[in-house]
Write a protein that binds this ligand. Structure first.
Ligand code: SF4
Ligand code: SF4
Length: 382
């Protein structure tokens, strides 16, 4: 395992972190705890969870109780987050997280999911940072961090403004251009960068052929290539992988163990072609999933990814139908008022409304074709 300094904190963290948001079955306590423990045994020492990831904190807590026995010789670090917007709520959420994980303190506590400059201003005005500082002075948290889906330059200005020890942001071979300025600011200020969604929310392994150019050796998988793409950037402290199986852990460990830095010109070539091709994909983060009309926007955008990657309207219609259970004749998209809420929330700043219109046109064509086929069938002589 490769270890990197977490900003200026003096802590050495593993270049691959455990993202505890993708447990396959949260009711299977033993299997989930075993996954965490397996990662720890393999050298991963950075564990990221959140109060809002279902039972994730409790499940991690089961493993942590075991891991505490060896913590003095083999350290591990816990990151969690709060979206709370008042001082008292922040404290209540921290206490809940500590209880759930049976920990005396949190190593990296995050002001979670700052989505816009206004949201950042509101949280500051509500005393969120004051609450963090107080809890830090009491030893309940060790480091104050932030997570954000804003653009790179907006995140950079937040880092300039407040001395967060580290930042958690979405970063992958698919969207790195969008966050480049944040990495530059973090490096200048000596802050840690934890990259979430390094596999583009699962899109990269789903399309190994399309992403084959991130591979730099014939024998590596596209997952290894995508992780090594991030490992090549010394400004990225930890790449957080949402592990669901032991094999996922093994594959990530292989990516680190076989890692050799790429020559600068080769890396620049990959970055240039990636920038051209893949900055427009949905990463499945679900932050747009609050449509007042009840439209499941992330499902439609996931299907649009298939359309973009495979270039055929049929893929779009089939993905909605077979993967998400949305039939061409459903009237979801007629309800869109174009209010723009989903676009404001979108972490990739995608033109969702325009895409929804394209999807609607394709669904209408598919519904008309299905109706015509049905009518033709009914018209056949018995
Ligand atoms: S623009 Fe349409 S899909 Fe987006 S939140 Fe508004 S109503 Fe929902
Ligand atoms: S459309 Fe944007 S906000 Fe919604 S899931 Fe995709 S990337 Fe996330």
């Amino acid at each position: 395992m490769l270890y990197r300094p977490y900003g200026s904190t003096g802590k050495q963290v593993s270049a691959i972190g455990f993202g505890a948001m993708r447990f396959p079955d949260q009711n299977n306590v033993e299997a989930c705890a075993n996954l965490v423990k397996t990662a720890y045994d393999a050298g991963i020492n950075y564990f990221d969870t959140a109060i809002g990831y279902g039972k994730s904190e409790e499940l991690c807590g089961v493993a942590f109780a075991e891991m505490q026995k060896t913590r003095s010789q083999k350290p591990f670090y816990v990151a969690t987050k709060t979206f709370a917007g008042t001082e008292s709520d922040v404290r209540r959420e921290l206490e809940t997280s500590l209880t759930r994980m049976k920990l005396p303190y949190i190593d990296f506590y995050h002001v979670w999911c700052v989505l816009s400059q206004n949201a950042w201003k509101d949280r500051k005005a509500a005393g969120v940072l004051k609450a963090f500082e107080k809890m830090k002075s009491e030893g309940l948290i060790k480091h104050i961090c932030v997570s954000s889906h804003m653009s790179g330059s907006e995140i950079g200005s937040v880092l300039e403004e407040y001395p967060f020890d580290g930042v958690l942001l979405g970063y992958s071979a698919m969207n790195f251009a969008f966050r480049e300025a944040a990495l530059a600011a973090a490096a200048k200020l000596n802050r840690a960068v934890v990259a979430m969604n390094p596999l583009g929310g699962g899109v990269i392994p789903q399309f190994p052929d399309r992403f084959a150019f991130v591979k730099t050796r014939p024998e590596e998988t596209v997952v290894e290539g995508a992780l090594r793409f991030l490992l090549n950037d010394p400004r990225i402290t930890v790449s957080l992988v949402g592990f669901s199986t032991v094999e996922h852990i093994r594959e990530a460990i292989r990516a680190v163990d076989g890692f050799k830095p790429l020559p600068a010109d080769k890396l620049a070539g990959i970055r240039a072609s990636l920038k051209e091709a893949f900055n427009e994909l949905c990463t499945g983060c679900q932050y747009c999933d609050e449509c007042p009309q009840g439209i499941p926007v992330p499902k439609f955008m996931d299907a649009y990814n298939q359309y973009m990657l495979q270039g055929k309207p049929k893929e779009l219609v089939d993905r909605l139908n077979w993967h998400w259970g949305i039939k061409p004749e459903t009237d979801y998209l007629q309800k869109c008022t174009e209010c723009g809420q989903c676009e404001t929330a979108c972490t990739q700043h995608l033109p969702i409304i325009k895409r929804l219109k394209e999807i609607r046109a394709e669904l209408e064509k598919a519904a008309a074709a299905a109706a015509a086929a049905k009518a033709a069938e009914a018209a056949k002589p018995a």
